[in-house]
Ligand binder design. Structure first.
Ligand code: ADP
Ligand code: MG
Length: 279
């Protein structure tokens, strides 16, 4: 016997119709993304990633998303690289020193850039009061590189630099003025709200992982990129470790992932040498 109080059974087709609409939206979204921000394997992306000496790079994403892996993967595009290391120990950086030709320095030393083109400046952060000392050393490094020009300066934890070491003024100078000295500034950060907004405005190349922060998503759509809506949609739908790459100069966008092995092509031979005048 049928119960008059039971829900009528025509609830089901309705649900199917709703799902059909959902599928439709998803299909449309995927179609849009595959045109404006296609997926690219690393090997496909690498030659399309036209990063010139003097252009800045920003890597923005939550902890564990893949920023450090990506940062290390792109550095071979540059010839003269100074990585500023803040953690007391860091396996990724140890690996760069042991297997990838990086030299380790506790502070900046006057060594011929061609004799030591890849450096990790790694002040001792293990002792008490290390932050003041770190900040002091990094400030001097940044000052010196600013004068010499031509280096690519990479910072893995923008937040720590800006807020804990209180070097956000130096960072702003790098973003807004270093380009004319052919310096490339590469900064990774997990919470974009914690670093100066210049990171968005002044970086030519953006790598963004899935973000849920409304303010950060809004920032991305305010960038003036032609496809801001697509960018926002792409970021909200990224998969694990996948990021959206945006070239703000050309408008080129794609979705890619950092390679896990560190076999990378040789650097750009066209980079001009730090501390030397153009002819
Ligand atoms: N493209 C990728 N595919 C698979 N795993 C990845 C990828 N990129 C990063 N990972 C892994 O995710 C973890 C976090 O990566 P990491 O680069 O340290 O992230 P973050 O610097 O954003 O915290 C590491 O174990 C790393 O090996
Ligand atoms: Mg990291």
């Amino acid at each position: 016997m049928s119960d008059p109080m039971r829900e009528p059974r025509y609830g089901r087709p309705k649900r199917r119709r709703l799902r059909a609409v959902g599928d439709h939206i998803e299909a449309e979204r995927n179609a849009l993304l595959s045109v404006h921000a296609p997926r690219m394997e690393w090997a496909q992306f690498w030659p399309k990633f036209e990063w010139k000496q003097s252009q800045h790079v920003a890597l923005i994403g939550p902890n564990g998303s893949g920023k450090t892996t990506m940062q290390i993967a792109i550095l071979p595009k540059r010839t003269y690289v100074a990585v500023l290391a803040t953690k007391p120990s860091d396996e990724t950086l140890e690996d760069l020193i042991e297997n990838h030709g990086y030299d380790k320095y506790a502070e900046w030393l006057d060594v011929d850039p061609d004799k030591s083109p890849r450096r990790i400046i790694w002040p001792n952060a293990k002792k008490l009061g290390a932050k003041e000392e770190q900040a002091d050393i990094f400030h001097k490094v940044l000052e010196r590189i600013f004068i010499d020009g031509r280096w690519c300066v990479a910072i893995d934890e923008g937040y720590y630099f800006a807020r804990r070491l209180k070097l956000s003024d130096d960072m702003m100078d790098y973003w807004t003025q270093a380009r004319s000295s052919k310096i490339s500034f590469v900064v990774g950060t997990q919470r974009p709200a914690w670093v100066p907004l210049e990171i968005y405005d002044e970086s030519t190349h953006l790598f963004i992982w899935r973000l849920n922060e409304r303010a950060a998503l809004q920032r991305v759509s305010d960038l003036g990129a032609a496809n801001a809506d697509v960018a926002k949609m792409a970021i909200a739908n990224l998969e694990e470790h996948q990021c959206l790459y945006i070239n703000k100069r050309t408008g080129f966008m794609c979705r890619t992932r950092a390679p896990l092995s560190r076999k990378t092509p040789p650097p750009n031979s066209s980079d001009s040498t730090p501390g030397k005048k153009d002819k």
